[in-house]
Design a protein around this ligand. Structure first.
Ligand SMILES: [Fe+2]
Ligand SMILES: [Fe+2]
Length: 139
């Protein structure tokens, strides 16, 4: 499987969200290909990135009054739990737990971008569109 950012498949034309998703894919690929000695650091970097990104998306959901955001948040929580679980396994000496998760996460993120994140990007776009360009003050 090619773990690369694919504009036609992954881009949501959502600026900062797309930027963060490119970082997600880079970190996932790095974890999936990590040597035993590098697995803990690669996993930690992906975990921190996901925690930050998921918090940012929560703020965007709140700001755009996104419907059904609980499902999106549940998916984030499930991914977070997988990362914590793999970190525990690595700490217990189970080499390869990070690489295995990295491979699984690529498919999972691919689906997450195309569903929950795509819906969020649309809500954000709709909110910006509803706000309009604004009318300049006169006088
Ligand atoms: Fe995302
Ligand atoms: Fe998301």
């Amino acid at each position: 499987m090619q773990m690369e950012w694919d504009f036609t498949r992954h881009a949501l034309l959502a600026g900062a969200m797309d930027d963060a998703h490119q970082v997600s894919i880079r970190l996932i690929r790095r974890l999936a290909l990590a040597a035993d000695a590098d697995e803990p650091l690669c996993l930690e970097q992906l975990l921190l990135h996901c925690e930050e990104h998921f918090m940012q998306e929560k703020a965007w959901m709140d700001d755009s009054a996104m419907p059904l955001s609980e499902r999106h948040l549940r998916d984030h929580a499930a991914i977070h739990a997988m990362l914590i679980n793999a970190r525990d396994e690595l700490r217990a000496g189970k080499a390869g737990a990070g690489r295995k998760l990295g491979t699984e996460l690529f498919a999972l993120f691919d689906r997450h971008f195309a569903t929950y994140d795509a819906a969020l990007a649309l809500c954000m776009l709709q909110k910006r569109h509803a706000a309009g360009p604004g009318i300049p003050a006169v006088g």
